[in-house]
Each structure stands twice: as C-alpha cells, then as structure tokens.
Design a protein around this ligand. Sequence first.
Ligand SMILES: *Cc1c(COP(=O)(O)O)cnc(C)c1O
Length: 354
Amino acid sequence: MEIRFTKTKNPGVMPPESQLGFGKVFSDHMFIMDYDEEHGWHDHRIVPFSNISLHPASTVLHYGAEVFEGLKAYRTDSGSIRLFRPMENIKRLNSSAERLCLPLVDEEEMLEILKTFVKTEAEWVPHSFGTSLYLRPFMFGNDETLGVHTIKRATLIIIASPSGSYYKEGINPVNIMIESEDVRAVKGGTGYAKCGGNYGASTRAGARAEKKGYSQVLWLDGVERKYIEEVGAMNVMFKIDGEIVTPALTGSILPGITRKSCIEVLRDLGYKVSERLISVDELIDAMKAGKLEEAWGTGTAAVVSPIGKLMYNDEEFLINDRKIGEVTQKLYDILTSIQWGKTEDKFGWICEII
Ligand SMILES: *Cc1c(COP(=O)(O)O)cnc(C)c1O
C-alpha cells in the first residue's frame, strides 16, 4: 500500500487548548481512498482538508449508505502520541460495513493508514490532559445512480478534529429522558452498526428531550418498550443494590469499546458485572426503593458520564444526589490515566504511534 501525500499550502492555526470544543475545528489534512469492484480499495492519499465533490445521485445522499467510527489520539506528558484499542474500532468498522453491504477494509492496512495519518497530523494533537485529536473515519456508498442496488463504489475518508477536555468545569452529571415512544433500533436492524442512519432515526426524540431540559435520551427496546438499551451516543451501566449491570449486546445496541473496557476494568477490580436484560420497571422500582446507587454512560467522547437525573413518563428521579458515584469516578480515573499515559497499561490497550 502506498499513500500519496499532498501537503497543504494553507496550514491552519490550532486554537488555544482551553478553547477547544468538539468537532468544529479540523486539522490540515484528510485521508481518502476509493473503492470499486474492479480495483478494490485504491488511490490511498493524504490531501489538504477540503470540501468534497459528490454526484447528486450518489448513493449516500439518497439511501443512507454510510458507516463511521470515532477514536482519539492522545498525547502523554513526554510528548508521545498513542491510540486506544484502535483495532477494536477497525473491526467494528468492518462489522458495520458488512451490515450495510459496504466494502470491508483490510484490518492491518487500516491500522497502518490510521498511524500514518496521525503522524502526518501530529502537531494537531493537543497537549493538556483531557484533550485529544478526535479521529473520524467514515465510509459511504458512492454509486452515481438512483437505482437501489448493492454498492459497487465507495469512498473512505478520515478527518481529524482537535478536541477539548469533555470535563472542563468538572464532571457534571447529565439529565437523561427515558423515551417511550420513538425507538432507535430493533433486533435484525442496524442497531449494532455505527451508521449515520441510526442517528437520523434518533433525532426527533433527542430534540424533544432537549426541549424539556434533558441532554440525551435513554432508549428502550423496539418491540415491547420494556428493556433498557442505551443512551444517545453512549452505552449505559447501573449499580443497583451493589450489582453492576449493563444491557447485554442483543443486536440492537452499539457494542461500545468504552463499554467493553469498563467491564474489563471492573472485573479486574473484582466487581461482578452482569450483562443482562434490565427492564425499565426494574430500574424505576430500584429508584423508588433508593437502590439505584449509580448510573453512567460510557463512550469515547466522555469516557464515562454520570447520570444525575432520569425522567420516565414525566416523573423525575434524582440519582446519587446528582453527584458522581464511586464506581463511575474509579472508571474515569483508571481509563483516562491509561489513555493519557499516567499509569502503566497492564491491559495492553495502548498503540504507540510516535
Ligand atoms: C459510538 C457509540 C457508542 C460508544 O461507543 P465507544 O466505542 O465506546 O465510543 C455508543 N452508542 C452509540 C449509538 C454510538 O454511536
């Protein structure tokens, strides 16, 4: 594999690190490769960040043929740069692509691509603890026809956005609304795939929650509206009466890498973690009995995000007095110190780049 490189003639300026938000500023370059049936993936290139041009009949614009990933490049105090479990993202990209009949990537080659791209953009990896260079690989069907067929042409792009610390003002618990009308996904659908279409379907409930002062939605299963699935862009975990529980991966839930890592860390610490069905009734009963000790979301962006308030059918429940719980705090400390190189990585999760 060869990656052609065209250097930008207009390098951008990194904003002050304290002013970095999420996904608004982009690095100087982007990676692109194209796919067609005859050539497979070809024309690997790193080019100046720019708009892209698409045929107006391009499949992605009409039929939602798109999958994506999200991971971060972290800088340690010594200046080195690393990724966290990138092969997990690459495997999930392929699993998502398979679901949408998009072409698969060679996993080892994709890892090389990510490393080369991060090296190219190294100066865009911010320095302060909590900040990172967010990497967004995405792939879309790009056939130039309105006919609904399996995809014969595709494009994969990686863009990078320097991101600020998620918790600039300390770890603030979020308010979450349990959604009992719209559903995000059903078994047999695309719930386990990281695809743009899932977000399209989620928008309306998210907007309703925001209007009521809730930042995200907690989804229930699409068949009975009875079992807990996940939160907007995070998986969810609870500590109920001493037991740590999280919904099992039944096909309609996104298999989060942070979720998986939290489970591994918790088991390593000696906690019992159950992956099982959790009904909303069990959760409500636990809240009423004062037995819901902690609730938190897990995802690459925030690592863990404590849930301070839940609303279900217009009834509000406060969790742990809207404070971060002990287990949530432990997970945050352990995962972030591995990611930013403050402690030894005994799990072998770090992929050093520079
Ligand atoms: C990306 C994502 C997550 C979190 O996955 P991580 O690999 O932990 O970042 C959870 N739910 C949805 C719907 C997602 O898109």
